[in-house]
Design a protein around this ligand. Sequence first.
Ligand code: IMP
Ligand code: MG
Length: 185
Amino acid sequence: MAHFGETMQDDIQEVLFSREQLEAMVRRVGGEIARDYRGKRLLLVSVLKGSVVFMADLMRAIDIPAQIDFMATSSYGAGTQTSGSVKILKDLDIDLSGYDILLVEDILDSGKTLSHLMELLQTRGPASLRICTLFDKPSRRQVPVEPAYVGAEIPDAFIVGYGLDFDERYRNLPYVGVLKPSVYE
Ligand code: IMP
Ligand code: MG
């Protein structure tokens, strides 16, 4: 059973990245992408819902032509771990052939979600396919996945805010914080 405080702030143990730090991080990653994808057919694919806030800021930090699309996979539900198989809940609208795809994720944890998505999208014949993740928890990896762009590597803690949720909550926090374990234990 989850125990939520009265305000979102009550449930945050520690602020990991402030608004300003996130902004600088996104600006840096957007600059790297713009430099690397100049002259290419860049398609940013956001994995719903966790990456929407990052995606909205990132696309405006990329100063070259780009298209966007969205897909959704089955989520954690109310837990803090990825379950076994990954289901596609919403597929892409665009035919990927010829596009340079950058999968935009909120956080890379066990790697199960992204390795499955990479395999699936690779079968559709994109010109290239790489990963941009805002956060990476390399110590938690169970399946090998290498992101091309990373906002920041973080230790093994459950974080929320800036799109990231626990039980669909906290996505609207403008900063990223560590959730108090008492909320989900
Ligand atoms: P993976 O398949 O285990 O790599 O899980 C990736 C997904 O798990 C992310 O897209 C998030 O939705 C979720 N996730 C993993 N770690 C966290 C976290 O610390 N906070 C919130 N969501 C997380
Ligand atoms: Mg989630």
